[in-house]
Ligand binder design. Structure first.
Ligand code: ADP
Length: 632
């Protein structure tokens, strides 16, 4: 705003004084008073930020609108907005696990400062430490100490508290939820109520017959086949035409899908309890859609999907239940050592972000729910030399195998550490699960093509087979191709599809020819592939690659193409447990007082985890661990 003075031809004393005051009080910055807004793309969408300046200072920072993930992005927004105002700095500490949101918010405030004529360097001092290291070791006590606040940890904690135990959860990150809150919330379970809406085709019958006529690899496999066969014979004799499924068939597919190296007893315990877990989670408020489909690499139409962004529909209800039951969840608290007394695990040693030490003593048990090791590059390469450090991952930074390290130190056994899953359809370069044109609602309306516009795989294949096929394509990537019939305003990660199109992350066109042109594919290639696919949908058979699922043809414009590439996703190996989730030592003996659940364990998924089996596993085994502690 231009200011004029009525004493035009004189040196105005008041104006000069004002000028001197402003310059002195703001240093180099000539920050104008007023309200400024800026919009910067965060993790899921633009973050709209309003900054108010007054007397050369940042008076307030308010996020007017955002779509960042609950518990991660909103925590970063609250913390950083406050720090910026309290410490008059855009150099506020990044919230670990929410780096993209943190950076976007700080960039938006910087933009506001620049727009207000300010100088960023005047607002750039570091935030002083908010605490100091204590000289004493703090001792906390509970019946059960849970390490990790992902799906397994929170389901164990809530189940234990429901059973009357006192529980403390410790979490090393500033935010809760682990990988579970970043997942696409696919949950596999046989579910007669919803599966009776789906037809049983001849191709699907053939898949069952193939599995039950295989030569068993051991007696547990033979028994499982026998049990599936008994259920399948009953199903056939009932004359029903709807989809066949049962916990035993889910178990057999899990075992076969993991190359028959997993522990059948663990798998059976898992699949026998998934429906109960689903209903329990629903009772806590998990928003399950009333439709099942087949998620990527799920092998059967038993994938349930949550009606909420990413994994917030899983972590949200668990967190709220934990709060209601007064379960302390201590963030920024990293467990680093198990405490052993008289041949029993009695607690964990932990360190907070200032280096202060704590011991969390457990009168009943410690439950390790620390997740996998996809972001421990050394551990993953040691277990599987092919996993070079340059490979990207879908995981949060805290996924570093700490539970495995701590348990190995006290003699725990591990199972299948070399089995690490790469997810076929992640975002190229960043490796995240995000960025799609559609909700994660099964594969039946999507095809994958290479840069030449050709299909190269059966899209309902196992994940490892899918990855191997993608790696052989030009630039090791492919495109999801779908039409508008399955596109909603937001995808499963709360991203706005039109914004992703505008940012060039998704391609969209009114005709397949135009899409082909955008993607620089050979003329006619994509059009030919889609019309061939549409013919397959009508015939319900894929002679070239053997795809089994065909729902609708790809025909409703506009058409979408989303670039996809493999990313390290899940570590199938981990601590050896029994069916009560007790950790076993290297000779197979129970380690008293120590339980483990979720991705930190091995033996359930074998060499290849089926898509949608992780969420169901971590929540189910979290409950199994808690119930076993209460019982033992
Ligand atoms: P799961 O799916 O098995 O529950 P998640 O990845 O969802 O696994 O959650 C594991 C959680 O454990 C993450 O939030 C992670 O930050 C936390 N965690 C990992 N190591 C430690 C540790 N040493 N101390 C406390 N928490 C940990």
């Amino acid at each position: 705003m231009k200011k004029t003075c009525f004493m035009k031809n004189f040196v105005c004393i008041i104006c000069t004084a004002f000028l001197i005051f402003t310059t002195v009080s703001c240093g180099k910055s000539k920050l104008k008073n007023g309200t400024y807004t800026a919009s910067v793309y965060g993790n899921n969408d633009y973050i709209n930020v309003q900054t108010v300046f007054s007397a050369g200072k940042i008076a307030s920072v308010k996020v007017l609108q955002h779509s960042e993930t609950r518990f991660i992005g909103d925590f970063a927004i609250d913390t950083i907005s406050k720090d910026i105002v309290d410490y008059q700095t855009v150099n506020a500490d990044t919230v670990s696990g929410a780096t993209v949101t943190s950076a976007a918010l700080k960039a938006a405030v910087q933009q506001c400062i620049t727009d207000a004529g300010g100088d960023i360097s005047a607002f750039n001092k570091p935030v002083p430490p908010k605490g100091t290291k204590k000289d004493t070791v703090t001792v906390e006590k509970a019946d059960i100490i849970v390490v990790g606040s992902g799906g397994a940890g929170l389901s164990a904690a809530v189940t234990a508290a429901e059973g009357g135990a006192s529980v403390i959860v410790i979490e090393k990150m500033p935010v809760i939820g682990g990988n579970t809150i970043r997942c696409a919330s696919a949950f596999n379970t046989a579910d007669p109520e919803l599966q009776k809406l789906l037809p049983m085709t001849d191709t699907l019958k053939k898949a069952v017959l193939k599995a039950i006529n295989e030569k068993p690899v051991h007696t547990a496999h033979a028994q499982l086949i026998k049990d599936v066969k008994a259920k399948y014979d009953l199903y056939i004799s009932s004359g029903t035409s709807t989809l066949f499924d049962c916990p035993e068939w889910h178990a057999l597919q899990t075992f076969n899908g993991g190359d028959k190296v997993a522990d059948v007893a663990l798998i059976r315990k898992y699949t026998e309890n998934t429906l109960d877990t689903l209903h329990w989670m629903e009772s806590l408020g998990m928003p399950v859609r009333k439709k099942v489909s087949q998620g990527a690499g799920a092998l059967w139409q038993r994938t349930h999907q949550m009606d909420s962004p990413a994994g917030t529909g899983i972590i949200g209800p668990l967190y709220e239940a934990a709060v209601k039951m007064n379960i302390p969840i201590i963030t920024n608290m990293r467990a680093d050592k198990l405490i052993v007394e008289n041949d029993r695990i009695t607690g964990v040693h932990a360190v907070d972000k200032f280096g202060s030490e704590y011991t969390y003593m457990a009168s009943k048990a410690v439950i390790l729910a620390t997740g996998g090791y996809a972001n421990n590059k050394e551990m993953r390469q040691k277990s599987n030399p092919g996993l070079t450090p340059d490979m990207v991952s879908t995981n949060q930074p805290g996924t570093t195998g700490d539970g495995i390290v701590m348990a190995l130190e006290i003699g725990a056994g591990t199972t299948g550490m070399n089995y690490v899953q790469t997810y076929p359809l992640a975002t190229p370069r960043t490796g995240t699960l995000q960025g799609r044109a559609r909700k994660m609602s099964g594969l039946d309306n999507v095809i994958n093509v290479n840069k030449e516009g050709k299909r190269f795989v059966n899209e309902d294949a196992r994940r490892d087979a899918f990855v191997a096929a993608i790696k052989k394509q030009t630039d090791g990537m492919c495109y999801d191709i779908n039409d508008s019939s399955i596109v909603e305003v937001k995808n499963s990660f709360n991203e706005n599809v039109e914004t992703l199109v505008a940012l060039g992350r998704i391609y969209k066109a009114d005709t397949l020819a135009a899409l082909e042109e955008q993607l620089k594919m050979p003329e006619g290639s994509l059009q030919k592939t889609v019309s061939e696919y549409n013919r397959m949908v009508a015939a319900k058979t894929d002679p070239e690659f053997g795809r089994k699922l065909f729902a609708n043809p790809i025909e409703k414009p506009p058409f979408y193409a989303t670039p996809r590439a493999p990313s390290i996703h899940h570590t199938m190996g981990g601590l050896t447990i029994n069916t009560d989730a007790q950790v076993l030592d290297t000779s197979g003996k129970v380690i008293k007082g120590l339980y483990a659940a979720g991705e930190v364990t091995g033996g359930i998924h074998g060499s290849n985890r089926l898509g949608g089996n992780a969420t169901a596993d971590v929540l189910t085994f979290g409950r199994i661990a808690a119930k076993a502690v209460l019982k033992n």
